[in-house]
Design a protein around this ligand. Structure first.
Ligand code: ATP
Ligand code: PRP
Ligand code: NIO
Length: 498
């Protein structure tokens, strides 16, 4: 079956979209009879990207599409049968490959909705089910969620800089990290706040509006701006945006104005002009004056040229008269931080007698990198206006129930603690998505997630959204969980499987 979201870019099956070690561990667990032991993994990142104060969770629909369609096709099995180790012996025996050939994903998945604002250490996805399966999906889940979350967050920052009324166009495909990087980036950029993309395949696959202007080559091909603009207007009388900087920008604006007035005579209006070089603040102000003087107040000014959020903020501050921001390279490559360091960690295993849980921990020299044991949920406490106030990570399988008025501890400094009012409103961020591999209810559409993302970012205080030294949003561990984690860290107790 062809996965609809990855379309024909890949072979039909994505089961091999993984690191080899997931498969060698899978065989090892199977050989030991441990493959069905129930396990719980969490996917989370430790620090928000771009030195920012938050991230926008993204990629869940792609991840769920991957999980629902996870099957090893006959050709996948044949490929695995041909793999050999350093001594030339086959890596995987036939009886294990026969098992893989019948495998379906039957885990439970709980996750935060796409568009939710999230912070370091908070699980975005929880996978609970047979150890072999829950481990096997690590790499694909990370590659999907890490990149989508990274680009959605970049787009949210660019949207914040542009403000609520300007248009943001994503123009990045040509500079993206290959075809899939470009496709995924267009999806995430739209989710995070772009209004449209120039990427036509992304438009067709994801229903993103497609928009665009024309290139310098169009003007070069005619050798004369006035002719080039007139020809474009002839082809698209109601959808023309002229790129005015091929020769001299302000001359280009004058040529655009002449063609626009001609268009008006024929009952059509020019949509906009695009500036792609030079001082965008000065040129946009001069262009605005020329356009307004000619009675073309509704002609919009589009700007492009290596834009990103701080540059957009600076141009706004300089009084630039730009209505539409065309953003490519910096957005789709997340230029200033090209990867989100999301991780996927084992946090609980059923005991051998299947009665209870062994909560597991990955220790690190750096305390901040030590994982959090338990079956985790994130409780977001809200202020009077519904605005996020503080998040508490807690263990839903803790031996003692959550107190009515829990205390939240800063995991980096346990002396910093904040009590929660018993009546404080809250919402829990992770909700059931798959039960035994089946979708619990349809996921929101991309457009719905986009609206939600905007509400989420807007609900954050400006101090958390600012680009420079943002305020740190409080995220902590519930006191009982913190104490339990500390005990485990002190005991350094290895979990025994068998
Ligand atoms: N008023 C401004 N303040 C800050 N940066 C600006 C301003 N105007 C333009 N920029 C940015 O400065 C950078 C350099 O622009 P500039 O047009 O000088 O060089 P360029 O990219 O080499 O031009 P070209 O596309 O003609 O080769 C771009 O990222 C552009 O967006
Ligand atoms: O600058 P970005 O944010 O990546 O936006 C996309 C850029 O792509 C186009 O340039 P093109 O490929 O024609 O080359 P150019 O940089 O020489 O204009 C367009 O004119 C933008 O400048
Ligand atoms: O339509 C545009 O103006 C466009 C598309 C891709 C890259 N740069 C500009």
């Amino acid at each position: 079956m062809t996965s609809p979201v990855f379309s024909g870019l890949y072979r039909p099956s994505l089961a091999l979209l993984t690191d080899l070690y997931q498969l060698t561990m899978a065989y090892g667990y199977w050989k030991r009879g441990l493959h069905e032991r129930e396990a719980v993994f969490h996917l989370y990142f430790r620090r928000a990207p771009f030195e920012g104060g938050y991230a926008v969770a993204a990629g869940l629909a792609l991840a769920i599409d991957y999980l629902e369609n996870l099957r090893f096709a006959a050709e996948d099995i044949a490929y695995l049968a041909g793999l050999t180790g350093s001594q030339g012996a086959r890596l995987f025996p036939d009886d294990f490959l026969a098992y893989l050939g019948k495998l379906k994903f039957t885990c439970d998945v709980d996750a935060v909705a796409e568009g939710t604002v999230v912070f370091g250490n908070e699980p975005l996805v929880r996978v609970q089910g047979p150890l072999l399966q829950a481990q096997l999906v690590e790499t694909a889940l990370l590659t999907i969620i890490n990149f989508q979350t990274l680009i959605a967050t970049k787009a949210a920052r660019i949207r914040d800089a542009a403000g609520p009324h300007d248009t943001v166009l994503e123009f990045g495909l040509r500079r993206a990290q290959g075809p899939d990087g470009g496709l995924g980036a267009s999806r995430a950029a739209y989710l995070g706040g772009a209004d449209a993309t120039s990427n036509v395949l992304a438009g067709r696959l994801y229903g993103i509006p497609v928009r665009g202007t024309h290139a310098h080559s169009w003007v070069q091909a005619f050798g004369d701006e006035s002719q080039a603009f007139a020809a474009y207007a002839d082809a698209f009388p109601d959808d023309s945006v002229f790129l005015v900087d091929t020769y001299d920008t302000l001359d280009g604006v004058r040529h655009a104005i002449a063609v626009a007035l001609d268009m008006r005579q024929r009952g059509h209006e020019l949509g906009g002009i695009r500036l792609d070089s030079g001082d965008l603040a000065y040129l946009s102000q001069e262009a605005r004056k020329l356009l307004d003087t000619a009675g073309l107040e509704n002609v919009r000014i589009v700007a492009s040229n290596d834009l990103e959020e701080t540059l957009i903020a600076s141009l706004k501050q300089q009084g630039a008269r730009i209505d539409t921001w065309g953003v490519g390279t910096q957005l789709v490559t997340a230029y200033d931080q090209p990867a989100l360091g999301g991780v996927y960690k084992l946090a609980a295993l059923r005991t051998a007698n299947s009665q209870g849980w062994d909560f597991t921990l990955k220790l690190s020299e750096q305390q901040a990198k030590t994982s959090i044991p338990g079956i985790l949920q994130v409780r977001r406490y809200l202020g009077d206006q519904g605005q996020p106030r503080a998040d508490m990570i807690y263990n839903i399988a803790a031996p003692t129930p959550l107190p009515a008025a829990p205390t939240i501890l800063d995991p980096a400094d346990a002396t910093r603690r904040r009590p929660v009012r018993p009546s404080a409103p809250f919402r829990d961020l992770l909700s059931p998505v798959l039960r035994q591999g089946q979708l619990v209810q349809p996921l929101p559409t991309l457009a719905e997630s986009r609206v939600f993302a905007r509400q989420e970012v807007n609900s954050l205080d400006a101090s958390i959204r600012r680009f420079l030294n943002p305020h740190v949003y409080p995220v902590g561990l519930e006191q009982g969980l913190h104490e339990f984690r500390t005990q485990l860290m002190l005991a350094k107790r290895p979990v025994r499987l068998a």
